[in-house]
Design a binder for this molecule. Structure first.
Ligand code: FE2
Ligand code: FE2
Length: 389
Protein backbone atom coordinates (compact mmCIF):
# COMPACT_ATOMS: atom_id res chain seq x y z
CA UNK A 1 0.00 0.00 0.00
CA UNK A 2 1.23 3.50 -0.73
CA UNK A 3 2.19 5.66 2.19
CA UNK A 4 1.19 9.19 1.31
CA UNK A 5 2.54 10.46 4.64
CA UNK A 6 6.22 9.86 3.83
CA UNK A 7 7.00 13.19 2.29
CA UNK A 8 5.32 15.06 5.13
CA UNK A 9 7.32 13.52 8.00
CA UNK A 10 8.51 16.43 10.19
CA UNK A 11 12.25 16.99 10.29
CA UNK A 12 13.94 15.48 13.36
CA UNK A 13 15.83 18.70 14.05
CA UNK A 14 14.45 22.23 13.99
CA UNK A 15 14.86 24.15 10.75
CA UNK A 16 18.03 26.24 10.87
CA UNK A 17 18.57 29.52 9.02
CA UNK A 18 20.66 29.07 5.87
CA UNK A 19 24.40 29.05 6.48
CA UNK A 20 26.42 31.79 4.80
CA UNK A 21 28.44 28.93 3.28
CA UNK A 22 25.39 27.23 1.81
CA UNK A 23 26.42 28.22 -1.70
CA UNK A 24 29.79 26.46 -1.52
CA UNK A 25 29.92 23.26 -3.53
CA UNK A 26 31.39 20.21 -1.85
CA UNK A 27 33.50 19.27 -4.87
CA UNK A 28 35.87 22.19 -4.33
CA UNK A 29 34.35 24.58 -6.88
CA UNK A 30 33.62 27.79 -5.02
CA UNK A 31 30.42 29.54 -5.88
CA UNK A 32 29.00 32.76 -4.45
CA UNK A 33 28.10 32.28 -0.76
CA UNK A 34 24.48 32.83 0.11
CA UNK A 35 24.27 35.97 2.24
CA UNK A 36 21.04 36.28 4.18
CA UNK A 37 19.26 39.54 3.56
CA UNK A 38 19.18 41.83 6.59
CA UNK A 39 17.28 44.72 5.04
CA UNK A 40 14.52 45.67 7.49
CA UNK A 41 11.14 45.45 5.87
CA UNK A 42 10.18 48.86 7.14
CA UNK A 43 12.90 50.57 5.13
CA UNK A 44 12.81 48.41 1.99
CA UNK A 45 11.64 50.13 -1.14
CA UNK A 46 9.43 47.86 -3.25
CA UNK A 47 8.99 49.26 -6.70
CA UNK A 48 6.27 47.68 -8.85
CA UNK A 49 7.81 45.67 -11.67
CA UNK A 50 7.10 47.21 -15.04
CA UNK A 51 4.55 45.21 -17.03
CA UNK A 52 6.15 43.38 -19.97
CA UNK A 53 5.13 44.71 -23.34
CA UNK A 54 3.50 41.37 -24.21
CA UNK A 55 1.13 41.73 -21.22
CA UNK A 56 -0.35 44.88 -22.70
CA UNK A 57 -2.74 42.93 -24.89
CA UNK A 58 -4.42 39.55 -24.68
CA UNK A 59 -3.21 36.53 -26.57
CA UNK A 60 -4.85 36.32 -29.98
CA UNK A 61 -5.35 32.97 -31.67
CA UNK A 62 -3.79 34.38 -34.81
CA UNK A 63 -0.55 35.02 -32.95
CA UNK A 64 -0.05 31.32 -32.39
CA UNK A 65 2.15 29.22 -34.65
CA UNK A 66 3.14 25.57 -34.71
CA UNK A 67 6.80 26.54 -34.22
CA UNK A 68 8.62 29.82 -33.62
CA UNK A 69 5.46 31.44 -32.24
CA UNK A 70 5.65 34.39 -29.86
CA UNK A 71 2.29 34.00 -28.12
CA UNK A 72 2.23 33.15 -24.40
CA UNK A 73 2.89 29.40 -24.24
CA UNK A 74 1.29 29.19 -20.81
CA UNK A 75 -2.11 30.38 -21.95
CA UNK A 76 -4.26 27.65 -23.44
CA UNK A 77 -7.13 29.62 -24.95
CA UNK A 78 -8.06 31.15 -27.28
CA UNK A 79 -7.37 28.11 -29.42
CA UNK A 80 -5.87 28.43 -32.82
CA UNK A 81 -5.89 24.65 -33.20
CA UNK A 82 -9.15 23.46 -31.60
CA UNK A 83 -8.70 20.11 -33.32
CA UNK A 84 -5.61 19.53 -31.12
CA UNK A 85 -7.73 19.94 -28.00
CA UNK A 86 -10.27 17.51 -29.48
CA UNK A 87 -7.49 14.98 -30.00
CA UNK A 88 -6.59 15.33 -26.33
CA UNK A 89 -10.19 14.73 -25.23
CA UNK A 90 -10.55 11.79 -27.56
CA UNK A 91 -7.30 10.22 -26.37
CA UNK A 92 -8.60 10.31 -22.82
CA UNK A 93 -11.53 8.15 -23.83
CA UNK A 94 -9.18 5.26 -24.66
CA UNK A 95 -7.77 4.81 -21.23
CA UNK A 96 -6.75 1.40 -20.00
CA UNK A 97 -3.88 -0.34 -18.27
CA UNK A 98 -2.42 -3.71 -19.26
CA UNK A 99 -3.38 -5.17 -15.88
CA UNK A 100 -7.05 -4.97 -16.85
CA UNK A 101 -6.79 -7.58 -19.61
CA UNK A 102 -6.91 -11.24 -18.79
CA UNK A 103 -3.80 -13.01 -20.07
CA UNK A 104 -4.40 -16.45 -18.50
CA UNK A 105 -5.27 -18.16 -21.76
CA UNK A 106 -2.26 -16.58 -23.46
CA UNK A 107 0.10 -18.32 -21.04
CA UNK A 108 -1.38 -21.66 -22.05
CA UNK A 109 -1.45 -20.77 -25.74
CA UNK A 110 2.14 -19.60 -25.81
CA UNK A 111 3.58 -22.63 -24.05
CA UNK A 112 1.29 -25.35 -25.40
CA UNK A 113 -0.43 -24.30 -28.59
CA UNK A 114 1.83 -22.07 -30.67
CA UNK A 115 4.08 -23.75 -33.21
CA UNK A 116 7.79 -22.82 -33.20
CA UNK A 117 7.15 -20.58 -36.23
CA UNK A 118 4.30 -18.83 -34.43
CA UNK A 119 6.42 -18.32 -31.31
CA UNK A 120 9.15 -16.87 -33.51
CA UNK A 121 6.63 -14.41 -34.95
CA UNK A 122 5.20 -13.45 -31.58
CA UNK A 123 8.55 -12.92 -29.87
CA UNK A 124 10.10 -10.91 -32.65
CA UNK A 125 7.13 -8.63 -33.12
CA UNK A 126 7.30 -8.02 -29.37
CA UNK A 127 11.07 -7.45 -29.52
CA UNK A 128 10.63 -4.81 -32.22
CA UNK A 129 7.76 -3.12 -30.38
CA UNK A 130 9.59 -2.88 -27.04
CA UNK A 131 12.39 -0.87 -28.59
CA UNK A 132 10.35 1.21 -30.96
CA UNK A 133 7.86 2.45 -28.38
CA UNK A 134 10.63 3.84 -26.18
CA UNK A 135 12.06 5.51 -29.26
CA UNK A 136 8.59 6.96 -29.95
CA UNK A 137 8.28 8.30 -26.42
CA UNK A 138 11.67 10.00 -26.60
CA UNK A 139 11.05 11.48 -30.01
CA UNK A 140 7.76 13.12 -29.05
CA UNK A 141 8.95 14.16 -25.60
CA UNK A 142 12.42 15.37 -26.47
CA UNK A 143 12.40 16.34 -30.14
CA UNK A 144 8.90 17.41 -31.05
CA UNK A 145 7.00 18.67 -28.02
CA UNK A 146 9.59 21.21 -26.91
CA UNK A 147 9.61 22.79 -30.38
CA UNK A 148 5.87 23.39 -30.47
CA UNK A 149 4.89 26.95 -29.60
CA UNK A 150 1.14 26.51 -29.01
CA UNK A 151 0.02 24.93 -25.72
CA UNK A 152 -2.87 22.98 -27.25
CA UNK A 153 -0.35 21.11 -29.42
CA UNK A 154 1.93 20.42 -26.47
CA UNK A 155 -0.90 19.16 -24.30
CA UNK A 156 -1.87 16.41 -26.71
CA UNK A 157 1.79 15.50 -27.11
CA UNK A 158 2.15 15.29 -23.33
CA UNK A 159 -0.64 12.74 -23.39
CA UNK A 160 1.10 10.99 -26.25
CA UNK A 161 4.33 10.72 -24.25
CA UNK A 162 2.36 9.07 -21.47
CA UNK A 163 0.68 6.69 -23.90
CA UNK A 164 4.00 5.60 -25.40
CA UNK A 165 5.19 4.81 -21.86
CA UNK A 166 1.94 2.90 -21.26
CA UNK A 167 2.64 0.87 -24.41
CA UNK A 168 6.07 -0.03 -23.08
CA UNK A 169 4.45 -1.14 -19.84
CA UNK A 170 2.06 -3.29 -21.87
CA UNK A 171 4.90 -5.13 -23.65
CA UNK A 172 6.72 -5.56 -20.35
CA UNK A 173 3.53 -6.95 -18.83
CA UNK A 174 3.23 -9.47 -21.69
CA UNK A 175 6.89 -10.48 -21.29
CA UNK A 176 6.48 -11.01 -17.56
CA UNK A 177 3.15 -12.80 -17.81
CA UNK A 178 4.42 -15.23 -20.42
CA UNK A 179 7.67 -15.66 -18.49
CA UNK A 180 9.83 -14.80 -21.47
CA UNK A 181 13.53 -14.13 -21.09
CA UNK A 182 13.31 -10.39 -20.55
CA UNK A 183 16.95 -9.52 -21.18
CA UNK A 184 17.03 -11.59 -24.33
CA UNK A 185 13.84 -10.07 -25.78
CA UNK A 186 14.95 -6.50 -25.10
CA UNK A 187 18.40 -7.17 -26.53
CA UNK A 188 17.12 -8.81 -29.68
CA UNK A 189 16.98 -5.61 -31.70
CA UNK A 190 20.74 -5.33 -31.26
CA UNK A 191 21.53 -8.78 -32.57
CA UNK A 192 18.91 -9.24 -35.28
CA UNK A 193 19.95 -7.07 -38.23
CA UNK A 194 16.43 -7.01 -39.72
CA UNK A 195 14.97 -5.53 -36.52
CA UNK A 196 17.97 -3.30 -35.99
CA UNK A 197 17.60 -1.92 -39.51
CA UNK A 198 14.23 -0.30 -38.76
CA UNK A 199 15.43 1.15 -35.47
CA UNK A 200 18.60 2.53 -37.01
CA UNK A 201 16.66 4.03 -39.89
CA UNK A 202 14.40 5.80 -37.41
CA UNK A 203 17.37 6.97 -35.33
CA UNK A 204 19.01 8.39 -38.46
CA UNK A 205 15.88 10.24 -39.52
CA UNK A 206 15.21 11.66 -36.06
CA UNK A 207 18.60 12.24 -34.47
CA UNK A 208 19.16 15.80 -35.73
CA UNK A 209 15.75 17.06 -34.67
CA UNK A 210 16.30 15.50 -31.23
CA UNK A 211 18.89 18.20 -30.59
CA UNK A 212 17.50 21.02 -28.47
CA UNK A 213 19.68 23.53 -30.35
CA UNK A 214 18.17 22.59 -33.73
CA UNK A 215 17.39 26.04 -35.11
CA UNK A 216 13.92 26.17 -36.65
CA UNK A 217 14.32 29.72 -37.88
CA UNK A 218 16.53 28.21 -40.58
CA UNK A 219 14.40 27.19 -43.61
CA UNK A 220 16.42 24.07 -44.40
CA UNK A 221 16.10 22.91 -40.80
CA UNK A 222 12.38 23.62 -40.88
CA UNK A 223 12.04 21.43 -43.96
CA UNK A 224 14.04 18.69 -42.26
CA UNK A 225 11.87 18.96 -39.16
CA UNK A 226 8.68 18.63 -41.23
CA UNK A 227 10.10 15.65 -43.11
CA UNK A 228 11.26 13.95 -39.91
CA UNK A 229 7.92 14.47 -38.20
CA UNK A 230 6.15 13.20 -41.32
CA UNK A 231 8.30 10.07 -41.28
CA UNK A 232 7.52 9.57 -37.61
CA UNK A 233 3.76 10.12 -37.86
CA UNK A 234 3.02 8.60 -41.26
CA UNK A 235 5.50 5.74 -41.41
CA UNK A 236 6.77 4.91 -37.95
CA UNK A 237 3.38 5.22 -36.28
CA UNK A 238 0.99 5.16 -39.22
CA UNK A 239 2.45 2.16 -41.08
CA UNK A 240 5.03 0.33 -39.00
CA UNK A 241 2.93 0.34 -35.85
CA UNK A 242 -0.46 0.15 -37.51
CA UNK A 243 0.51 -2.82 -39.67
CA UNK A 244 3.08 -4.11 -37.20
CA UNK A 245 0.49 -5.65 -34.91
CA UNK A 246 -1.19 -7.61 -37.68
CA UNK A 247 0.87 -10.84 -37.37
CA UNK A 248 -0.43 -11.13 -33.80
CA UNK A 249 -3.96 -10.22 -34.86
CA UNK A 250 -3.68 -13.12 -37.31
CA UNK A 251 -3.13 -15.41 -34.31
CA UNK A 252 -6.03 -13.76 -32.49
CA UNK A 253 -8.31 -14.46 -35.43
CA UNK A 254 -7.59 -18.15 -34.89
CA UNK A 255 -8.37 -17.89 -31.18
CA UNK A 256 -4.72 -17.68 -30.08
CA UNK A 257 -2.98 -15.09 -27.88
CA UNK A 258 -6.23 -13.18 -27.54
CA UNK A 259 -5.22 -11.25 -24.41
CA UNK A 260 -1.99 -9.97 -25.96
CA UNK A 261 -3.85 -9.11 -29.14
CA UNK A 262 -6.46 -7.20 -27.18
CA UNK A 263 -3.69 -5.19 -25.53
CA UNK A 264 -2.37 -4.37 -28.98
CA UNK A 265 -5.83 -3.28 -30.12
CA UNK A 266 -5.84 -0.60 -27.45
CA UNK A 267 -2.35 0.45 -28.46
CA UNK A 268 -3.40 0.54 -32.09
CA UNK A 269 -6.18 2.98 -31.24
CA UNK A 270 -3.65 5.29 -29.65
CA UNK A 271 -1.36 4.99 -32.63
CA UNK A 272 -4.14 5.91 -35.04
CA UNK A 273 -4.60 9.14 -33.12
CA UNK A 274 -0.85 9.77 -32.90
CA UNK A 275 -0.52 9.34 -36.63
CA UNK A 276 -3.53 11.53 -37.45
CA UNK A 277 -2.41 14.25 -35.08
CA UNK A 278 1.18 14.25 -36.28
CA UNK A 279 0.18 14.53 -39.93
CA UNK A 280 -2.21 17.35 -39.13
CA UNK A 281 0.56 19.22 -37.35
CA UNK A 282 2.83 18.73 -40.37
CA UNK A 283 0.11 19.98 -42.74
CA UNK A 284 -0.43 23.04 -40.56
CA UNK A 285 3.29 23.69 -40.34
CA UNK A 286 3.72 23.53 -44.11
CA UNK A 287 0.81 25.89 -44.61
CA UNK A 288 1.93 28.43 -42.01
CA UNK A 289 5.51 28.48 -43.19
CA UNK A 290 4.74 28.36 -46.92
CA UNK A 291 6.87 25.22 -47.21
CA UNK A 292 6.64 22.38 -49.71
CA UNK A 293 8.12 19.00 -49.06
CA UNK A 294 10.71 17.92 -51.60
CA UNK A 295 9.07 15.15 -53.70
CA UNK A 296 12.43 13.39 -54.17
CA UNK A 297 12.93 13.30 -50.41
CA UNK A 298 9.44 11.84 -49.96
CA UNK A 299 10.05 9.20 -52.63
CA UNK A 300 13.36 8.29 -50.97
CA UNK A 301 11.59 8.01 -47.62
CA UNK A 302 9.02 5.52 -48.91
CA UNK A 303 11.66 3.52 -50.74
CA UNK A 304 13.93 3.27 -47.72
CA UNK A 305 11.08 2.42 -45.35
CA UNK A 306 9.64 -0.23 -47.63
CA UNK A 307 13.07 -1.87 -47.96
CA UNK A 308 13.52 -1.94 -44.18
CA UNK A 309 10.01 -3.33 -43.69
CA UNK A 310 10.59 -6.01 -46.34
CA UNK A 311 13.76 -7.19 -44.60
CA UNK A 312 11.97 -7.16 -41.25
CA UNK A 313 8.99 -9.15 -42.55
CA UNK A 314 11.28 -11.65 -44.26
CA UNK A 315 12.90 -12.37 -40.90
CA UNK A 316 9.82 -12.31 -38.66
CA UNK A 317 7.80 -14.38 -41.13
CA UNK A 318 10.64 -16.46 -42.56
CA UNK A 319 8.10 -19.29 -42.35
CA UNK A 320 4.52 -18.24 -43.06
CA UNK A 321 2.01 -18.99 -40.34
CA UNK A 322 -1.58 -20.04 -40.93
CA UNK A 323 -3.37 -17.02 -42.39
CA UNK A 324 -0.34 -14.73 -42.58
CA UNK A 325 2.86 -14.35 -44.58
CA UNK A 326 5.63 -11.87 -45.36
CA UNK A 327 4.07 -11.20 -48.78
CA UNK A 328 0.75 -10.26 -47.16
CA UNK A 329 2.57 -8.05 -44.67
CA UNK A 330 4.39 -6.06 -47.35
CA UNK A 331 1.33 -5.82 -49.57
CA UNK A 332 -0.56 -4.33 -46.64
CA UNK A 333 2.32 -1.96 -45.87
CA UNK A 334 1.95 -0.54 -49.39
CA UNK A 335 -1.81 -0.20 -49.05
CA UNK A 336 -1.52 1.65 -45.73
CA UNK A 337 1.33 3.80 -47.08
CA UNK A 338 -1.01 5.01 -49.84
CA UNK A 339 -3.61 5.91 -47.24
CA UNK A 340 -1.12 7.93 -45.21
CA UNK A 341 0.09 9.75 -48.31
CA UNK A 342 -3.50 10.68 -49.24
CA UNK A 343 -4.15 11.91 -45.69
CA UNK A 344 -1.44 14.49 -46.06
CA UNK A 345 -2.18 15.37 -49.67
CA UNK A 346 0.78 13.57 -51.25
CA UNK A 347 0.81 11.27 -54.26
CA UNK A 348 0.30 7.58 -53.49
CA UNK A 349 3.66 5.82 -53.46
CA UNK A 350 2.16 2.48 -54.56
CA UNK A 351 -0.80 3.24 -56.83
CA UNK A 352 -3.36 0.45 -56.90
CA UNK A 353 -1.93 -1.49 -53.94
CA UNK A 354 -4.83 -3.70 -52.81
CA UNK A 355 -6.20 -4.02 -49.29
CA UNK A 356 -5.11 -7.60 -48.67
CA UNK A 357 -6.05 -7.59 -44.96
CA UNK A 358 -9.52 -6.02 -44.92
CA UNK A 359 -9.96 -7.15 -41.30
CA UNK A 360 -7.05 -5.01 -40.10
CA UNK A 361 -9.05 -1.79 -39.92
CA UNK A 362 -11.73 -3.54 -37.88
CA UNK A 363 -9.16 -4.17 -35.17
CA UNK A 364 -9.20 -0.47 -34.31
CA UNK A 365 -12.92 -0.47 -33.72
CA UNK A 366 -12.97 -3.06 -31.00
CA UNK A 367 -15.94 -3.06 -28.73
CA UNK A 368 -15.87 -5.08 -25.56
CA UNK A 369 -18.59 -7.65 -25.78
CA UNK A 370 -18.38 -9.86 -22.76
CA UNK A 371 -16.98 -10.28 -19.34
CA UNK A 372 -14.32 -7.64 -19.70
CA UNK A 373 -13.66 -5.59 -16.67
CA UNK A 374 -17.25 -5.33 -15.59
CA UNK A 375 -16.69 -2.22 -13.56
CA UNK A 376 -15.50 -0.15 -16.50
CA UNK A 377 -17.85 -1.30 -19.18
CA UNK A 378 -19.44 2.11 -19.54
CA UNK A 379 -16.17 3.85 -20.28
CA UNK A 380 -15.08 1.29 -22.80
CA UNK A 381 -18.40 1.37 -24.58
CA UNK A 382 -17.99 5.12 -24.86
CA UNK A 383 -14.58 4.60 -26.41
CA UNK A 384 -15.82 1.82 -28.64
CA UNK A 385 -18.44 4.05 -30.20
CA UNK A 386 -15.89 6.49 -31.60
CA UNK A 387 -14.57 6.64 -35.13
CA UNK A 388 -10.84 6.10 -34.87
CA UNK A 389 -9.40 6.64 -38.32
FE1 FE2 B 1 3.20 3.61 -28.98
FE1 FE2 C 1 2.68 6.47 -30.98
Amino acid sequence: MLNFEDSFTPAATPMMPPSPLAGLEKGGLRLQPVVPSVTPLATATIAPAPAPASAARSVRADDKRVVNGQADINQLAPFKYPWAWEYFLKANRNHWTPLEINMAQDVHDYHHKLTPAERHVFENVLAYLTTSDILAMRNIGLAVMEKMSAPELQIYQARQVYEEALHTWTYQHCIETLNLDQAEIYNRYRVVPEINGKIQLANRRLERILRSDFDLTNRDNLHEFALSYLFFAAVFEGCWFYNGFSPIFALQRRGLMKGAAEQLQYIMRDEVLHCGFGMRVVRQLLQEEGLELDPDAIAAMWQECEAAETAYASFVLREPILGYSADLHIAQFRHIANRRARQIGLAEPYPGAPNVLPWLDEQVNLRKEKNFFETRVTEYQTGGALAWD
